[in-house]
Design a protein around this ligand. Sequence first.
Ligand SMILES: *Cc1c(COP(=O)(O)O)cnc(C)c1O
Length: 363
Amino acid sequence: MARPTSATIHTDALRHNLSQVRARAPRSRVMAVVKADGYGHGLERVARALQGADAFGVAALSDAERLRAAGLSQPIVLLSGFDAADDLPQLRRLNVETVVHHATQLAMLEQAPDGDPIRCWLKVDSGMHRLGFAPEAVRDAYARMQAMPAVADGIVLMNHFASSDEFPDATGDGAQTKAQMRVFDDATAGLAGERSLANSAAVLGWPDAHADWVRPGGALYGISVVDGTTGADFDLRPAMTLGTRLIAVNRVRKGERIGYSATWTCPEDMPIGVAAIGYGDGYPRHTPSGTHVLLDGRPAPIVGRVSMDLMTLDLRGHPDAKPGDPVVLWGDGLPVETIAAAADTIGYELVCSITRRVRFVEA
Ligand SMILES: *Cc1c(COP(=O)(O)O)cnc(C)c1O
């Protein structure tokens, strides 16, 4: 029998989430961010489901190549920008737009061979201090780009938020996002062009930042990064359900210890279930005992260490459980955000970490 571990991708949820984003940002165009293999959901599958988006955002030229090979003709934006002069002919061949965030890229664009002009998104570092031109360097970069034959008319001005998951009315009060919006506005005042500021959290919580283009990733997959919330709190639906099956149910005596390093001791004679999934599939190893899975639709706690291929479950609440019963690790009925909080990370990391041996199924 094939290994029963699978990731089901709900394409209807992807479409639903795109329509929720549109409803929240009705005056903005939507760049669907599909980097990291569509946040682990499968690049081509996700892009086909999200064909209604106005553009796709990727982090690698190879992703753009895959989207074009899959027959997708929407605009594509290379979010990390190109990093070598050799990339420019590729951008032209694939008709891909690029973020420009650094002086080295200006030099490469200035020396680009003749060819079709490339649409560019000029990135302002408004305070995150990852990519972008310093505010005081923006006007000069913009003027240089405007004069370059390799740069298409209609430069888009963008930034990226560091803390937009803190909403203006929440305890954090969103001071950093407010400051970033101010810095961006000042740095770009009077410059012609469309604007793009908002990632998913800003789509959900910062309507003033919606501007011409929103750039949601996580929200399209149904995942919230806002502390203490799940996608459902924003009418989003999970696009991935990670599932497997029980492959054993064993009686274990009181006082016996379960799994590697014997971290969990049976408080009584009890049934222990073994599910066919582990960190070799992408389920985080450091998830603590007591974190739930759904067994046949009802919660069952993990006990002991998660191992490479397997995990062990406390079946005291499931007296009739038997091998073959379905287990959901996250997704439908069990938010990935809940598991992520238990594993001290965010849902994005979990869905990006599914390994190649997991079978992907489209629903
Ligand atoms: C990843 C990314 C996004 C999407 O972020 P989410 O939090 O997933 O919505 C938007 N813009 C840029 C530049 C990104 O790198």
